[in-house]
Design a protein around this ligand. Structure first.
Ligand SMILES: *Cc1c(COP(=O)(O)O)cnc(C)c1O
Length: 346
């Protein structure tokens, strides 16, 4: 090895998926793949997840959803929730992508495109439970449901799901959000069959607040082994990715590795502990193209440094690093540049 690499453990991803699935206790896992599968790489992640039995995938936008569809074939559910252009809607309808719909305007456009193409739009309507992050307002909900039902009767739409997003900031706010969500589900159920996919929770709430789960849980972070910042370790879940770099030079007894701020390593991480053959050592300097680490006995070129990974001898995980700089582990992973090769190791 001469360059830094992000090593990916398929075994760990499969184990995490199994741990999350078992924790979900019958609620279906939708594996969230946004930001190139949280920096792990879409193709590798989807192929591994399919081997682990995942049959439902969440992709932020239609473009990503189409990539997932090409990888998983026609059967799996692929859900894309970003509001899309008409051209993207057309592609989504032709490829059987489930669309997350958070405005009445978007619903109208989807129905119009389904009518024009003679296709059936698979729709998950989103209720705004108070986050104001896209979602039909409760006062507009009956109208949106009526539109969806009319389109259903006309053969242009299938109401597959009802969903929303919660802040996971406080239990009370999440409980209030769930109450609004359940009202919306009831209102829909009063006008026709209740949609099968009811989804409100992401990683943390799905894991810690089972009473908030619907029939589907949209989970990214915990499947990749990224625990919540300031949150506890998770039983059966370990980081999938390990960022390693060989020592490129030794300078005044210190190790220099060729990963720097321009590769996505935040320069504010100075002071964090990284793994070395001699145990954890302090990251002393981060420059645009390299970083420098406290030395160790026997330090030599080619020694391997673990910047983050499954924590062993006091080294860091992506979340431990993130906690130093008040962010989340997802950000540490998704900032890593394409120059860092993604390398499957098992
Ligand atoms: C990112 C995202 C998720 C997954 O969140 P995690 O905390 O990574 O599990 C779920 N739903 C939506 C809408 C998201 O944007």
């Amino acid at each position: 090895m001469s360059r830094p690499e992000l090593r990916l453990s398929a075994r760990t991803l499969r184990d995490n998926i199994a741990a999350v699935t078992s924790r979900l206790d019958g609620c279906e896992l939708m594996l969230v793949l946004k930001d190139d599968a949280y920096g792990h790489g879409l193709t590798w992640t989807v192929e591994t997840a399919v081997q682990a039995g995942v049959a439902s995938f969440g992709s932020y936008d239609v473009r990503g959803g189409l990539d997932v569809r090409r990888l998983v074939g026609p059967e799996a559910r692929v859900f894309a929730w970003a509001t899309s252009t008409d051209a993207e809607i057309d592609e989504a309808l032709l490829q059987g992508i489930d669309l997350g719909v958070g405005t009445v305007e978007y619903l109208h456009r989807i129905i119009a495109r389904a009518e024009a193409l003679g296709a059936v739009a698979r729709v998950h309507l989103k209720i705004d439970t108070g986050l104001h992050r896209n979602g039909v307002l409760p006062e507009d909900w009956p109208g949106a449901i009526a539109q969806a039902r009319a389109a259903e009767a006309a053969g242009q739409l299938s109401l597959e799901g009802i969903w929303s997003h919660i802040a996971e900031a406080s239990d009370r706010e999440d409980d209030d959000a769930q109450a609004v969500f359940l009202d919306a589900v009831r209102a829909a159920g009063g006008t026709g069959p209740t949609p099968a996919a009811l989804h409100l929770t992401a990683s943390a709430a799905s894991w810690w607040r089972p009473e908030l789960r619907g029939t589907v849980a949209r989970i990214g972070a915990f499947c990749y082994g990224i625990r919540s910042a300031d949150g506890p370790e998770l039983e059966g879940v370990r980081p999938v990715a390990r960022l390693v770099a060989p020592v490129a030079r030794v300078e005044e007894g210190r190790a220099v590795i060729e990963v720097g701020a321009f590769d996505g390593l935040p320069s504010t991480l100075v002071g964090a502990r990284v793994g070395t053959p001699a145990g954890a050592r302090v990251l002393e300097r981060i420059e645009p193209f390299f970083a420098q680490i406290e030395g160790w006995a026997g330090l030599s070129v080619g020694d391997e440094v673990t910047i983050f990974g499954p924590g062993e001898a006091g080294e860091s995980s992506a979340t431990t690093l993130a906690e130093r700089i008040d962010t989340v582990g997802e950000e540490i992973l998704t900032r890593l540049s394409p120059r860092i090769r993604r390398v499957p190791v098992d």
